[in-house]
Design a protein. Structure first.
Length: 134
């Protein structure tokens, strides 16, 4: 279930990034996460020449028509991403949960080199100390 939730959340992230890149190829930055609301906002407010603005709006209209887009898809993506975020960011974190997660990662051979079990335990200790400083 966790993998399914993460995969569908990633689908939504990639899809929205692709749409933004189609609409605003000159403004797209690959390390950002775009949402449909960014497209809507940037159609209005992104500093572009008149020609670029018209091209972006035309492209957005074409994409919506081709995909038979309506806002229910936006709502569905938001829900998928919210459930993905809950799965991907467990709350609240406890020292016990973190130590167990580290042991699981180590038993699967995922903690090597700079990312040793010892270093992860040290990070957990630092996290605990930082919490005490708050």
């Amino acid at each position: 279930e966790l993998h399914a939730s993460l995969s569908l959340g990633e689908l939504c992230r990639q899809f929205q990034n692709k749409l933004y890149k189609i609409i605003f190829p000159n403004s797209f930055m690959p390390n950002r996460n775009y949402k449909i609301k960014n497209i809507r906002r940037d159609l209005e407010k992104l500093p572009q020449s008149k020609e670029e603005k018209e091209r972006s709006q035309k492209k957005w209209d074409e994409v919506r028509q081709k995909l038979k887009w309506d806002e229910s898809y936006e709502d569905a993506m938001k829900s998928l991403q919210e459930s993905r975020n809950l799965e991907a960011h467990p709350s609240p974190l406890t020292e016990e949960l973190l130590n167990k997660a580290a042991e699981i990662m180590d038993s699967k051979g995922n903690l090597k080199g700079w990312l040793s079990l010892k270093r992860v335990h040290e990070l957990i200790t630092m996290w605990k100390l930082a919490q005490a400083m708050e």
